[in-house]
Design a protein around this ligand. Structure first.
Ligand SMILES: Cc1cc2nc3c(=O)[nH]c(=O)nc-3n(C[C@H](O)[C@H](O)[C@H](O)COP(=O)(O)O)c2cc1C
Length: 216
């Protein structure tokens, strides 16, 4: 890995904005999308438990159904890929074991070598379940993946609009998630900005660095 120059990172971050108008004619090429999908799948999570699933909507009919339950935001239908970030509800011991089975397959670890780690994770998820916080914990993990996705998109010159202005229950119905182990949390439209989107050139509104960063 060769690091990108700092100016390349800062210019990508400054170029990024929450896109209000996408050019519906411009689609994300397959290789670019594959890299963005990698950004989703490789996102870090607490204990690496990945309590999520990403639903990628490119079908115009599905997008058309999602738009009215997304505050009618045009990005949903005009973007190239509309990603729905769903949480895995009720993460439990069985999920920990699914994760550890994957680790054993990929790293050659043994159940014995992972027994202590397993005990720690099972205790962690059981405590969160007992206090009714397990889905809240899982939901926080989703936002890590969202952040990584948006930063990756910016570096690839892909525009994005994160979207909490959605009706998650209606999304679940449309995507067939109701009654499953997954529930929609947040979405992100991705594609290419329309030349007419005035927000592209609007000054970023951020508090001064000294207000939000403290060196202690
Ligand atoms: C979690 C989250 C949810 C958001 N939901 C919406 C949304 O539903 N619609 C929208 O147009 N922008 C949405 N935004 C974009 C923010 O309004 C935007 O990031 C913020 O105003 C800063 O502007 P900038 O991203 O263009 O720098 C959301 C941003 C985040 C991080």
């Amino acid at each position: 890995m060769s690091p990108v120059p700092t100016t390349q990172l800062t210019s990508a971050l400054d170029w990024r904005y929450a896109t209000k108008q996408f050019d519906p004619a411009k689609k994300i090429p397959g290789d670019t999308w594959a890299a963005l999908e990698h950004a989703l799948v490789s996102a870090p999570s607490s204990f690496g438990l990945q309590p999520w699933k990403f639903f990628v909507v490119t079908n115009p009919e599905v997008k058309a159904k999602l738009r009215p339950v997304s505050w009618n935001q045009p990005q949903v239908t005009d973007c190239s890929h509309h990603v729905v970030f769903a949480v895995r509800k009720g993460v439990n011991e069985a999920h920990v074991d699914r994760f550890l089975a994957r680790q054993m397959a990929l790293r050659g670890d043994t159940p014995e070598s992972l027994a202590g780690y397993r005990g720690m994770m099972v205790g962690f998820v059981n405590n969160l379940s007992a206090s009714g916080q397990i889905d809240t914990w899982a939901t926080k993990q989703i936002y890590v993946a969202l952040g990584q996705f948006m930063a990756a998109a910016a570096l690839l010159g892909v525009d994005a609009c994160p979207m909490e202005g959605i009706n998650p229950a209606a999304y679940d119905d449309i995507l067939g998630l109701t009654g499953t182990e997954f529930a929609s949390v947040v979405a992100c439209s991705a594609g290419y900005r329309a030349a007419t989107d005035k927000y592209a050139t609007a000054k970023k509104v951020r508090f001064p660095v000294s207000d939000v960063v403290a060196h202690v």
